[in-house]
Structures are given as C-alpha cells and as structure tokens.
Design a protein around this ligand. Structure first.
Ligand code: DHB
Length: 514
C-alpha cells in the first residue's frame, strides 16, 4: 500500500506524495496526502532509525504535523514543498514529520460530475487521513499520539473541528462510505487554528456587532464585489443582526478565565466581553512594539527598522503582498496615533470604532456570510449536490421581516428565500456538523484535543474577532484543554504568527509526553 520513500537533498528529508488515505475515494487527487520526514528518522531502505534528532525526538516519538489546505471551503490537493501556502519547510526545519492532507471541498465533483464535497465532507476526509496515519503507526515515522493539526481560515475551522470532534459518532457513516480505517480513532493531540472561520450559525451576527455602524466595505474582488457602501436596507439589517448577537453572546454563559466573572457585551462596543477583546488587542500591540524596539523579527508586513513613535504615526513603508499581481508592493504605513499609544510597557487602544476607520476595515457585505445573492463560500459549502448554493442562516428571516414596511422592494426580493430554509432539518444538520461550538463544553460525546493554539491577525476582517475570542473562552471554560490564544499584530487574514513560534509550541507541548 505505501509507496517508496524518495530522498530530497535540499530539505534533507524523505517524502511520499499522493498517498491515498481511504479505500473508496470519490476524488482521488484530493483524497490523498503528502508525507515528509526528516532524513534522520529513516534508513535508505525505509525502516525507522533509532537516531535522536537535535530536537530530542526519535522516529517513534517525533510529533506529526497534519496540515490541511482548505481555503474558502474549496477542495484542496495536498501541498508540495514548493507551494507557498504550505508551512512544511518551517516544520521540517524543526525536525517534525510533516503531512499535507488533501480533502474534498465545496465544489468537488465525482467521476460522474456529481457534487460530492460539501459539509461535512472536508472534515470527514481529514478524519480519514488521521485514521490512516494511526493505522500505519510504527511503519511510518512519527508518534501518532502526537498529531498536531494545522489549518488557516476554512482550514482553521477544520483544525478546530479535528480538535473538538475526535471520534464523534456523527461522522461515522460518511467515514465508512469513504472507506476510512474504521477500527482506528481520529482524535488529535493539538490543534493550531489560524483565523478559523467557525460558528457559521452566528458569524453573520458577530460580524455586524463587530463592525456596528460601519457601512463602507473594502470588498472581496475574488468573490465578486469591490469596495462600496452598504445599501440603506443592508445597513438596517446590519443593526438588527448586531442587536441579535448581544443576546446570543450573553447567553453563552462564558466566564473570564482568570477572574471567573461572567463575560458579557452591550449593544454598543461595551461590556466585559468587549474589554476582554480590547485587552487582547492591546497585548498584541505591546508584543509587537516591544519587538520593534528590540529590533526583533515582526509579524505582519515587512517594515524597515522604525522607532515606535514613527511606527505609530505611520512614518514607514511596508512591503505588502498584493494578491492580484502576487507580488510585494510598497505601501505607506497607517497613522495609528489617533487611537494607539505606547508608554514603553503597555499599549493603549482608544476603541474598536477608531481602529476600524483606517486600520481594521469592514471587508464584507451584510449579511457577511449568508450573502443576499449567494456569492459567499459558505453558501456553496452548505448547499447540496442538487442545490449548489443555498441560504443557511435561519436567524436572518425573522429579522428581515421586521424591515418589510420600511424596505418593501428589498424584502420582496430576498425574504422568501431566507424563509424557505427555516425548517430545513438536513441543512441544520450540515451546519451542525461543521460548527465546533456544538462540541466544546456540550453534551456531545467527542474527544477534545488537550492542546489548542489560536492565532488571528489584528487586521483580519474576514470574520469577527469575537469569533476567535469566543472559541478561546469556550475552550478555556471547559477546563479540559490548554489554550494558547493571541491576536497577532498587523497580520491580515492568513497564517498570522511570529516566525518560529508555532514550532516552539509544538516542541513544548510534545517534549515530555510519553
Ligand atoms: C475563507 C475566507 C472567508 O472570508 C470565508 O468566508 C471563508 C473562508 C478562507 O480564506 O478560507
């Protein structure tokens, strides 16, 4: 079953590519994985060595990084080492086994052209990948009790789910259908979640609370809309969604991890939940500014050596990645002096509203996920093979109904389609299965990863920053997993991190585990 290892001189590693991980793949080029192993752990004949890497691990104790490439909920083939989206080189450098696992996604089609990758099949495939690795424990290098999942955005959602749905019966039927190793388990040791797009049940609401009153959006050209202003109808809907979020959030019963006090928000940007978020943002800015002053490597776009004062005033040129041209372009720094201050120890941020004027701008339309015209990734992820793109948020219709007399034209255009899904039980199930919040601290029977690391950029506007804060608090409140959660300054949506930190985290959590 396993193919032969190939040696790669540049990385001093062995690899196997396109290894199928389940017996009945519908899209073989997606349902396969690439495996890379530091050369020290294998003999030329493909046997495990007894050698100890300088990180202290052997072929049987070394952690296994399990990265998925799901972006925008789109199906993903496994990354090869040269793929810029992969974190492989850093993990191999640290001496870990690195697996890039492909999976089906929202527009996958089988050989007959039928859709076959919508919720929850990306997650099912990744679970099948985990089961495959466990099945070959002892044959493949790596300690399969130390699998660490890594993913970004929709992939970050999958990572969060792999960590929270371990061995849940809810996915068994699909695992069976894919031909996964049913005798194996699929729980994991750690989940690295970069800017996870989770809680699609409430993400529309969280977005409007976060960007309350902000009607200008910067747009998502690759989704199909550029910069613009919310229509009066969308702005009115935004207010209703924002109000509805308050009730949802306050009903979660979250507690502050240190004080044990309830974490709550008000309608405006106020309350202890808001304070919590602002504290995380201030810690994030302080870490950055301290590193800036010490000349250490920074997160975010590359900037030349700059005094903290000049940085805050925006007196610098940053190299930003420009998506259309796929190149680095020089852009002037943003003046943050109206809302960010620094005394050499603590950073202070005046408020989210001020931060959102120029630095952290609204990106999406309203609704931000369950789009009026079904153009968002989630509309397709939560559709069916027969109905490719669907509305999915049943909380929207009752709020839109309240706008009927003020906006008769828009409501007659959109309302009915949102109403149609209010009793769709199958849709509710598809939503349920990819929402980790249904599994964390609930009655669901599932194994929770003992370690979580959550990172999100301070400029990330793909989902509300409240989503990751809520995830972190929910996980912490279980008392059953250790949670390392930070907002990473100046990072946009993506692999928001400081160089070397994720590998250090893996090393730390795995070092003394038998
Ligand atoms: C991703 C980004 C989004 O804005 C979204 O709604 C879903 C997924 C992504 O980058 O994977």
């Amino acid at each position: 079953m396993l193919k032969d290892w190939v040696y790669l001189k540049e990385q001093d590693c062995y690899f196997m590519e396109r290894v199928p991980y389940c017996l009945c793949p519908e899209v073989p080029e997606q349902q396969c994985m690439n495996i890379y192993v530091p050369a020290v752990f294998l003999t030329g004949e493909g046997k495990l060595t007894e050698k100890v890497h300088e990180n202290g691990f052997t072929a049987s104790t070394v952690p296994v990084i399990f990265e998925n490439g799901l972006a925008g909920y789109m199906e993903a083939e496994p990354f090869d080492l040269e793929d810029g989206r992969s974190g492989a080189k850093d993990f191999l450098q640290a001496g870990f086994v690195y697996v890039s696992c492909g999976c089906r996604g929202r527009s996958s089609r089988d050989a007959r052209g039928k859709g076959c990758g919508k919720s929850p099949l990306s997650l099912v495939d990744l679970k099948a990948g985990i089961r495959f690795l466990k099945h070959y424990a002892g044959v493949l290098p790596g300690d399969m009790k130390k699998i660490i999942s890594v993913g970004i955005s929709a992939g970050g959602a999958m990572s969060t789910l792999l960590g929270s749905t371990g061995n849940s019966e809810n996915y068994e039927k699909e695992l069976q259908r894919a031909g996964a190793f049913m005798e194996e388990t699929d729980d994991i040791f750690g989940a690295q979640c970069y800017c996870p797009i989770i809680d699609l049940d409430h993400a529309d609401l969280a977005y409007e609370w976060m960007f309350r009153g902000k009607t200008h959006y910067t747009g998502m050209p690759f989704v199909g809309f550029g910069e613009g202003d919310l229509t009066p109808f969308a702005a009115a809907l935004s207010d209703r969604l924002a109000d509805a979020y308050v009730e949802y959030f306050n009903g979660l019963g979250l507690r502050h991890p240190v004080s044990g006090e309830p974490v709550q928000i008000g309608k405006e940007h106020e309350g202890s939940g808001y304070t919590c978020l602002m504290e995380k943002l201030e810690e994030s800015a302080a870490k950055y500014l301290k590193k800036l002053e010490r000349g250490e490597e920074l997160s975010g776009p590359k900037i030349p050596a700059t005094e903290a004062g000049d940085y805050i005033r925006g007196c610098y040129e940053a190299m930003n990645f420009d998506f259309p041209s796929e190149s680095l372009v020089s852009v002037s720094g943003i003046d943050k002096s109206g809302w960010l201050s620094w005394d050499g120890t603590k950073a202070r941020i005046a408020g989210l509203d001020q931060m959102q004027e120029t630095y952290h701008r609204r990106l999406k339309l309203c609704p931000s996920f369950d789009d009026l015209n079904l153009i968002q990734a989630e509309n397709q992820e939560l559709g069916t093979p027969d109905c490719d793109k669907m509305h999915f948020n049943p909380l929207i219709a009752p709020l839109m109904e309240q706008l009927q007399s003020e906006f008769p034209r828009e409501t007659s255009q959109y309302l009915e389609d949102y109403q149609k899904i209010s009793d769709d039980k199958e849709l509710a199930q598809r939503r349920y299965l990819i929402n980790p919040m249904n599994y964390i601290g609930t009655e669901e029977k599932a194994d929770l990863a003992p370690h979580y690391r959550i990172r999100v950029g301070s400029r990330d506007a793909d989902t509300s920053l409240m989503i990751t804060l809520t995830l972190a608090l929910k996980l912490m409140n279980t008392g059953r997993t250790d949670v390392d959660y930070e907002i990473v300054w100046d990072e946009p949506h993506g692999r928001a991190d400081y160089p070397g930190e994720v590998a250090a985290w893996v090393q730390k959590i795995c070092a003394n585990v038998e």
